[in-house]
Structure formats: C-alpha cells, structure tokens
Design a protein around this ligand. Structure first.
Ligand SMILES: Cc1cc2nc3c(=O)[nH]c(=O)nc-3n(C[C@H](O)[C@H](O)[C@H](O)COP(=O)(O)OP(=O)(O)OC[C@H]3O[C@@H](n4cnc5c(N)ncnc54)[C@H](O)[C@@H]3O)c2cc1C
Length: 414
C-alpha cells in the first residue's frame, strides 16, 4: 500500500490530478496523466484480479495502449481477432445470411485482440505503479467537493487530497458523479449475460463467431491456444437454467448452441452472470471533474464496444491534458472540460444507440424489424464498400474516410 496517511489527522496532499477508481479506465487515465507530466493520485480500494471476463480490444485501443507503452506486455497474452462471423440462429421466418468480416479486407493484421481482464488489470497496474508521478491511495473515496478552484477528496480512512482535476473512473454507481450532481439516464434489458471461458478440441482459427439467438447473441471470442471466451445473452430464466446445470450438461448444451464449430467444450473456471443494463451520464464533465469509462456510459456487452469507448474517453482527455501542459495551462479549467464534453458527446451517443438498436433488433418479434436487420446483413455480405465501411466504423469511428457507396449496387460491387 502506498500513500502516507498514518496519523489521526493527516495533512492535505496536493496533486495536479486525482483519479478515482482503478479499473482499466482509471489505470489508463492515471498512466496517460503521469506520462503527460502531471503529479497524479489514484484513489481505489484495489485492482480487480478476480474478474474472469475477457476484453476484446479493437485496433484503435491497441494503438493507444502501444503509445502508453503497455501493449508489448499485453500482446503476448492476447489472441488476434482476424475474422468476425455472424450467424443467424434465431430460427425465425426471416433470417439474415451468414456474414464474415475479414480484417485482411482492411489490410489489417487483426480487428483487435482478446485478453483476460485479470491480465489487462495486472499489466496496467504494474505500469501505473512504475510511473514516478503516480501515488496510489488504497482506499475508497467517500467525500467530494468541487468548485471553480479545485477538487477536494476525502477518503474512507480520513485522508484528504486536493487536485486541479478529478477524473472519475469509479464505475457505473459513481459517488463522484453523484456528488457533482450529474444525473444519469438508466435503463435495463430483460436479459442476462452468462459469461465463461472455454477450452475446446477444434481450433478457432482466429475467428470470433456471434450466433444471433432470439434471446440475444451467443458470442465465442478467441483466446490463446484452443480456448475461447463466451458471452451468452439469455432471458433471466434461461440464464438461471444455464448456470444451474451440472458442468457436463452445460458443456453439451454449449456445444449444441455453437453448432460444434469448436468441437467438444470444457468450461474453464467460474460461470458468471451480468444482468444487462444501460446508463448514460447527462454530462461527462462538471467543475474540476471529468467522467470516463463506465462512470459515463454503460451498455450491453455486444460488439466489444464498452471499454474501447472508455479508452477513447481517456485518449480524448489525454490529448487536452498534453496541450494544457505544453502551454502551461490549468488542466482542470472550464475551457478544457467544455472541449472534453464536446469531443465525447457524439461518439458516446452513437455507440450507445447502435448497441441498443442491435440488441433490440434481436429481441423483437416484429417482422419489419427482422426484415430490416436481415436486409442490412445481406447488403453487408454482398456490397464490399458497405462491408468495409461497417468494419471501419466498428473498430475506429470517424477515423477512416468514408468510401463512396455505389448504390443501388452495380454488378460486381462486392
Ligand atoms: C460480460 C461483459 C463483457 C465485456 N466485454 C467487453 C469487450 O470485449 N470489449 C470491451 O471493450 N468492453 C467489454 N465490456 C465492457 C467493459 O468490461 C467495461 O467497459 C469496463 O470494465 C469498464 O471499466 P471501468 O474502469 O470504466 O469501470 P470498472 O471496471 O467498473 O472500475 C471501476 C473501479 O472503481 C472502483 N471504485 C468504485 N467506487 C469507488 C470509490 N468510491 N472510490 C474509489 N474507487 C472506487 C471499483 O473498485 C472499480 O475498481 C464487457 C462487459 C461485460 C459485462
């Protein structure tokens, strides 16, 4: 444990930036702030090494983690996602054709890389601790006071920290956000994600496969070797049935749902359940405060978007902080925070809407919506420029120039 508070009434510690929370968003924000030359405090009760989930990091996130100097440690622990296949397993009247997106079409080695959260968190924590300008306070932040001049934080063990900017990365139930009076829109879905890791007898061939079920996606994402992670979105009753199954029964059921594409499956470790919900903060900034990651936005684990969006928050804020440092400006100024707010609004809104729409299109029994979804996937499977546009937008929104779509489609357009 770091932090120096040992007496009953410790002195106030002053930093340039204080980060609340040491999930992947908070740890990357601390790294980015310290590397920009800011004296940075991290207040968090500890890093989560028990998280059995995996995260698919898309290419833009990999580029960012490379710039932060941590990708060379994460890369040997990750598996490349070279192809993404979507299979309509709804059994409905109108079904979409199977579509495979191949990263080679974009001249990329992979769309991204999948790795275990415990590895991600460990490498990020080690990197943050190795930064001379980062001080860890292993406790919970319990009091917040924001005004035009500073952010003042009190910790559960009575320490007091001031900073010019507070970066709130304390997750979906953020106390920092609440203390600043920033409201949220919350919603829930009648679905639960059942999550586990699997060993299997057939190779995954670096292909992530998403079976669209009527209850939500059943997604197998490659891990190293003959291993994959599974996110199976189910009704609450269906999830309860799956999690109550004896392992051999569960393994047979999963192989059936996967159409045996990976052969015989063995569950590796715990089976976890996550009720699906969504949240959007009404603002991602307040006086002396910036919200990042799940403190600002939560949506269902579909299409590997959550942390990738969170890392774009960190990157956006990081660029503004570097600029402030270069010009010797206040890192928590109202002007900087207004620019952060403006920069993040569209990306967060568009990702939230897209993931919500995709999820709801699977759930609906309305034939017109099913037909639109099927037509969309049909076009993606047949029209090369559209397929490439969807792939580009999926991995790095707005980064690539938009191609001219030759629609209505010409012969040979694909
Ligand atoms: C099943 C599933 C699969 C997913 N797969 C992917 C994927 O493939 N790709 C992807 O991009 N995203 C994925 N996501 C989303 C991704 O997991 C989240 O976006 C990410 O974990 C959020 O990280 P965070 O650091 O913002 O928040 P969190 O990980 O929630 O971290 C918040 C931290 O704040 C700390 N904290 C809370 N309160 C306080 C306090 N008062 N003081 C100090 N510290 C506090 C907590 O201890 C915690 O460590 C998935 C999500 C789920 C549920």
């Amino acid at each position: 444990m770091t932090g120096t508070g040992t007496s009953a009434a410790p002195a106030e510690r002053d930093f340039d930036i204080v980060v609340i929370g040491a999930g992947p968003s908070g740890l990357t924000a601390a790294l980015s702030a310290a590397q920009a030359g800011y004296r940075t405090a991290v207040v968090a009760p500890g890093v989560n090494f028990a998280d059995g989930r995996t995260t698919a990091l898309l290419q833009a996130s990999v580029d960012f983690l490379t710039a932060l100097g941590v990708w060379d440690k994460l890369s040997p622990l990750s598996a490349p996602l070279m192809r993404m296949r979507m299979v309509d397993a709804t059994g409905r009247l109108i079904r979409a054709p199977e579509v495979t997106f191949d990263s080679a079409e974009l001249e990329l080695e992979a769309f991204g890389y999948n790795l275990r959260n415990k590895d991600l968190n460990r490498v990020l924590e080690e990197a943050a601790r190795a930064e001379p300008d980062v001080t860890f306070f292993e406790t919970v932040a319990s009091g917040f006071d924001f005004d035009g001049l500073s952010a003042r934080i009190t910790t559960a063990d009575g320490q007091r920290i001031t900073a010019k900017l507070c970066i709130a990365a304390d997750g979906r139930n953020s106390l920092a956000r609440e203390a600043a009076g920033i409201g949220v829109n919350r919603w829930s879905y009648p679905q639960v994600a059942v999550v586990m890791n699997l060993a299997h007898t057939q190779p995954h061939q670096d292909t992530s496969t998403e079976f669209h079920q009527t209850t939500g996606p059943f997604t197998l994402v490659p891990l190293q070797g003959r291993n994959s992670s599974l996110v199976c979105v189910e009704t609450p009753e269906g999830a309860a049935r799956l999690t109550a199954m004896e392992r051999p029964v569960l393994e047979r059921e999963l192989e059936r749902r996967a159409h045996s594409i990976l052969g015989k499956m063995t569950v590796d470790g715990d089976v976890q359940s996550f009720p699906l919900s969504g949240l959007t903060a009404k603002s991602v900034s307040g006086p002396r405060l910036a919200l990042i990651g799940e403190t600002a936005h939560v949506f269902p684990p579909i299409g590997a978007q959550g942390l990738n969006l969170g890392l774009r928050d960190v990157q956006s804020l990081g660029k503004l902080l570097v600029e402030a440092r270069t010009h010797d400006l206040d890192p928590g100024s109202a002007d900087l925070l207004a620019r952060y707010e403006a920069d993040r609004r569209t990306d967060i809104a568009s990702r939230t809407t897209a993931v919500d729409a995709l999820n709801r299109s699977l759930l609906t029994d309305l034939l017109p919506v099913q037909a639109m979804r099927s037509a969309g996937l049909y076009l993606a499977s047949r029209v090369g420029p559209l397929r490439r546009l969807l792939m580009r937008e999926g991995i790095a929104p707005g980064k690539f120039p938009k191609p001219r779509l030759a629609l209505p489609f010409r012969k040979g357009a694909a």
